[in-house]
Write a protein that binds this ligand. Sequence first.
Ligand code: UDX
Ligand code: ADP
Length: 471
Amino acid sequence: MAPVKVSKICCIGAGYVGGPTCAVVALRCPHIQVTIVDLNKARIDAWNSPNFELPIYEPGLEEVVRQARGRNLFFSTDVDKAIREADLIFVSVNTPTKKSGVGAGFAADLNYVESATRRIAAVATTNKIVVEKSTVPCRTAESMRTILEANSKPGTRFDILSNPEFLAEGTAIADLFKPDRVLIGSLQTQEGKDACQSLAEVYANWVPRERILTVGLWSSELSKLAANAMLAQRISSVNALSAICEATGANIDEVAHAVGFDSRIGPKFLRASVGFGGSCFQKDILNLVYLSESLHLPQVAEYWRQVVEMNEYQKRRFSKTVVDTLFNTITGKHIAVLGFAFKADTGDTRESASISLIRDFLQEKAYVTIYDPKVEEAQIWLDLSEALPTWPLETIKKHVSIVHSALEACTQKEAIVIATEWKEFKEIDWQAVYDGMSKPAFVFDGRMILNADELQKIGFTVKVIGRGDRL
Ligand code: UDX
Ligand code: ADP
């Protein structure tokens, strides 16, 4: 049997991964009909909104959806119909870290993957290529295959592929247009290789062939965890060095620059920060830790666990610097926090360092004013309620205000904390901010985006992550 030529794709899950990825597939493959489905009606309604008020903010995404929606890109809540019609199905549902039961706090919650898989098995009446797109622990494809095979109807074949997504939020569209690589894992049987080729042909519409890597199923699954673990490890390494810089008067920017010049290391992803966030890094490392423990490799588990622990330390260290600098107490003090998203150019707040900082400030009984250009107010209240489970929302609201500009946030505050590297924070009129602040006025730059010398000339006391006073 020759590889199937894909003409209809269904994507289960219209989130940060499934939405942008399959919108780009539709744009680049006008001959393929792409239907993105989700159980969440509000999310699908937003994807279909007449004014393109999409449920996620991602630079360039609106343009892609404007061009493809209604042409060969559709958003729907009719999951069964889309499954039935498709010859290839991407499973892009969420896989959060388990909150209870075996592996709580470490293992991935595969409940959503499993129910999507069961749905495919229940409604499919023709052969399907099922593509695991969500980041999942190694060997999840095997479980999906067992479920599909145990529940399939006679004459219905399922081929499973792993095709992890490497896009980063904030640059998702650029990453999808020009990926470093596309990775496809399959069983090394003829059927597996044929399915792999079918998917490779879809990507070949815009990705150069030499960037489409085909490997075994489990290598593909592990590669995704490995890539995220190694990226996060770079940040934890540079953040560990930032602590040494602060203690000795070195400058982490200079150190990272010098280190990154080594062509074996390279200059990217060496920016010290207040800690990494996002839905992937922590979750995937904890998955790796859990996997290593399950495989009786405790030293390996411990090695990766340190990457997450260093990140927790970095966040705590930064809030402690704020408290120490403000004369060892922030009780009753007013602090502006600029940025709530886990990085710039996204409205996503999952695991954002900003949440940990604000929680620490509130536990010290400070008053916090938050400004973020893209994060919705309701999301901020939700995240803070989760971070402070014993605090009623009314109590949180007594200590926190959310405002609509950086200038408004900074007025009459004792300190300003930069938690996200939004470009607009570089362009603030700092003289005006200084004039409106209580004195002495402090700025804590957790993202190394401000010109500390200029701020000091204005009169601010400035603390920058990874920069100590010269010895
Ligand atoms: C990451 C991976 O980059 C991507 O390949 C994978 O598919 C999903 O996980 P994402 O979490 O969207 O993507 O963003 P990323 O740019 O990797 O940033 C993650 C966190 O690290 C952010 O909080 C960011 O601010 C922080 N970071 C990144 C640093 O602190 N320093 C850096 O040098 C780079
Ligand atoms: P990610 O960042 O991995 O894309 P998101 O949480 O943004 O994760 O998106 C995952 C989406 O998958 C959610 O919108 C959720 O409603 C959807 N989803 C989860 N389970 C199913 C399912 N069985 N059928 C359809 N959609 C699902």
